[in-house]
Design a binder for this molecule. Structure first.
Ligand code: ZN
Length: 401
């Protein structure tokens, strides 16, 4: 009997090891770039990193020939992909490739239109139907209406005028217009976006298009239309789904527009929706709010293990993002004693480290005072004799009794 159990446990263990080693491959994703009035050499690898980071996508970057090159050589096999991300603004593709792309989307392929990709191909009717709205490239009233929100109402405005402009770069508030859409569900109704161009006066066919979020182009803040301009859109084309983000102007290293956690997370959610029509990704703890911009300088969500280590170098006045991350995970693990003990052990390692800052240790002592167990008490006892920490240590020990 006992032996049987042991065998079962060993088998379960092996199964666990194998299933955790198995490399899951995500949705095959093609990022098209190679020409752009923007720094595509920076943006395309970042788009790949942002998408692959979710574990849902396996992306590759394909470059068109350079400006003026022979476009007859650009013939991607779209049928290999579940998602095509357009980070391209340049010469027309050849007719065969255009048709293959239209077929791909008509038959249910997913698409992400990123920032200046909505400047592309002003004369390609189907492409403009996929983007919904576009700018520049001599677009005007013949391209379709302006679409924006005014006084809380969606306006379709056919008046004459240019398509596409933006004022000075600035931080701006993004306002959700569809709280129940899979992409925006669970996100704050308003959140502050990192410094970016606020695309305005976009116009296009706007067929089968939903505006998910807007930003107010305030003329007092560096020029603007005084309209709530579309920032996030979805478009249905045949059986295909398109997610369009007007945000994310790339500076060196991505800059605040691409590093913005709001840009990153909405892109990840929009991309998943474009493939499946659904979003399974939970909203991370660091999604920005109306209170302030949140950047991810390395384009990754910080893990709780990293956050605890980072708290070890905390100084007053620095970002408390790592503490917020730790608190979020403690809350999430409520009732999971093994999970909480794992965090506690890592916190104790930092408390015992001579490299960790006093301020960082104070933060950890405060957390341990309410979630710690007998495990952390010896480490805290030792800190009772450290002049700068003795009050915090005494407080924690008192509560842990
Ligand atoms: Zn731009």
């Amino acid at each position: 009997m006992k032996r049987k159990y042991i065998i079962l446990i060993v088998l379960a263990g092996l199964f666990g090891i194998f299933s955790s080693c198995k490399k899951e491959t995500g949705f095959n994703t093609l990022i098209i770039t190679g020409q752009n009035n923007h720094n595509w050499q920076v943006s395309s690898p970042l788009l790949k990193q942002i998408l692959d980071e979710t574990g849902l996508f396996t992306s590759e970057i394909m470059k068109t020939p350079a400006t003026g090159g022979d476009m007859n050589t650009f013939n991607p096999d779209f049928s290999k992909y579940k998602l095509v991300v357009i980070d391209y603004n340049g010469d027309s593709w050849n007719e065969k490739t255009n048709k293959a792309f239209v077929d791909y989307v008509s038959n249910g392929g997913g698409v992400v239109i990123y920032h200046a990709a909505n400047n592309s191909f002003p004369a390609w009717k189907e492409y403009n139907e996929m983007t919904g709205l576009g700018g520049w490239g001599d677009r005007n009233e013949k391209s379709g209406p302006y679409v924006y929100y005014k006084a809380g109402q969606l306006v379709t405005d056919t008046s004459a005028g240019i398509g596409g402009t933006h004022g000075k770069r600035r931080e701006f508030m993004v306002v959700s217009r569809k709280a129940d859409h899979p992409i925006t569900k669970g996100l704050p109704a308003r959140w502050l976006h990192g410094t970016d161009e606020l695309y305005s006066l976009l116009r296009g066919p706007a067929l089968n298009m939903e505006v998910l979020a807007t930003a107010f182009a305030d003329s007092a803040k560096g020029g603007g239309t005084m309209r709530d301009e579309p920032m996030l859109m979805t478009i249905a084309y045949g059986k295909g789904r398109i997610f369009h983000t007007a945000m994310g102007h790339a500076d060196e290293g991505g800059g605040p527009a691409m590093q913005c956690a709001g840009f990153i997370i909405t892109l990840q959610r929009g991309a998943e929706w474009a493939v499946t029509g659904n979003v399974t990704q939970p909203v991370p703890f660091d999604f920005p709010t109306a209170a302030g911009v949140v950047l991810r300088p390395d384009f990754k969500e910080v893990t709780v293990d990293e956050a605890i280590k980072n708290i070890g170098s905390y100084e007053i006045g620095k970002s408390t993002k790592n503490l917020t991350c730790l608190q979020y995970h403690i809350r999430k693990l409520a009732g999971d004693q093994a999970g909480l003990l794992n965090l506690e052990k890592q916190m104790v390692t930092v408390l015992e480290s001579s490299d960790a800052t006093t301020e960082g240790k104070k933060l950890l002592l405060r957390e341990l005072s309410w979630m710690g167990t007998s495990f952390c008490q010896p480490a805290i006892n030792k800190l009772s004799s450290v002049e700068e920490l003795k009050d915090e240590a005494a407080f924690a020990l008192e509560r842990l009794k």
